[in-house]
Design a protein around this ligand. Sequence first.
Ligand SMILES: Nc1ncnc2c1ncn2[C@@H]1O[C@H](COP(=O)(O)OP(=O)(O)OP(=O)(O)O)[C@@H](O)[C@H]1O
Ligand SMILES: [Mg+2]
Length: 256
Amino acid sequence: MNTDIIFETKNLTKAFGALVAVDDVSIKVRKNSLHAIIGPNGAGKTTFFNLLSGNIEPTSGRVIFKGRDITHQPVHRTIHFGIGRSFQITNIFPNLTVFENIRLASQALGRDNFKFWANSSRFKLYEERAWNVIERVGLKERAYAPARTLPHGDQRKLELGMILAPDPEVLLLDEPTAGMAAEQVPELIALIQEIQKAGDKTVMLVEHNMNVVMSVSDAITVMHQGKVLAEGAPSQIAVNKEVQTAYLGGLYELNV
Ligand SMILES: Nc1ncnc2c1ncn2[C@@H]1O[C@H](COP(=O)(O)OP(=O)(O)OP(=O)(O)O)[C@@H](O)[C@H]1O
Ligand SMILES: [Mg+2]
């Protein structure tokens, strides 16, 4: 086993009836890298993440995490293995405060290393962990605000905090900047980079903003109609003719 590879898929395939949303995808993700998955709408990116996190089961193929076959593990198990994935906004409890949301995420989903501790000490640890995360995502000033009162940009930070709370090794971020005002995007991206670098974490990122993808990624996998169209470093992807063709007529331009 190559210990440098944290995540690997082998011929991963997911069909919804006649539609093959993920088609024979084999990729390797390096530990501690920022690995982007890009591709036009409907390419299969979200389905691919759902397969990695165990939200859905593949039709065929395998998912390997840290050398272990997790293909048929459900999502509540993969979280304990160290795979964190985006919550949809609806998973935030709107009437609870920022702090309460993050503390709940850390205790409901955390890799529980404290089994033998007394309940009160464990509770204290969850609180400490929650404060660390809140500080990390820059929401300290808002800690006691009900989540529903946060502006959209801060809600995305809260979501990031809730993914971070169980201290995952890999973060699967599906369009974390979606719906954000353009001027807020650099701050969230910088935060994601900081978390990846400082925290020794691997980030897999689906992102439609090509300028962002090209500037932050260590590696890029391009999906098109369920298949891997290309993979490589940003500099290789930017000049790839097939990739440019796939995007022609699409919503996005590769302007790098
Ligand atoms: N549960 C499902 N049942 C049937 N078809 C599905 C299901 N989920 C996804 N699909 C289809 O699979 C294909 C891939 O969808 P997916 O959401 O993975 O694409 P995507 O790359 O994430 O697109 P986007 O950029 O728009 O988010 C699409 O044609 C979609 O309609
Ligand atoms: Mg998607």
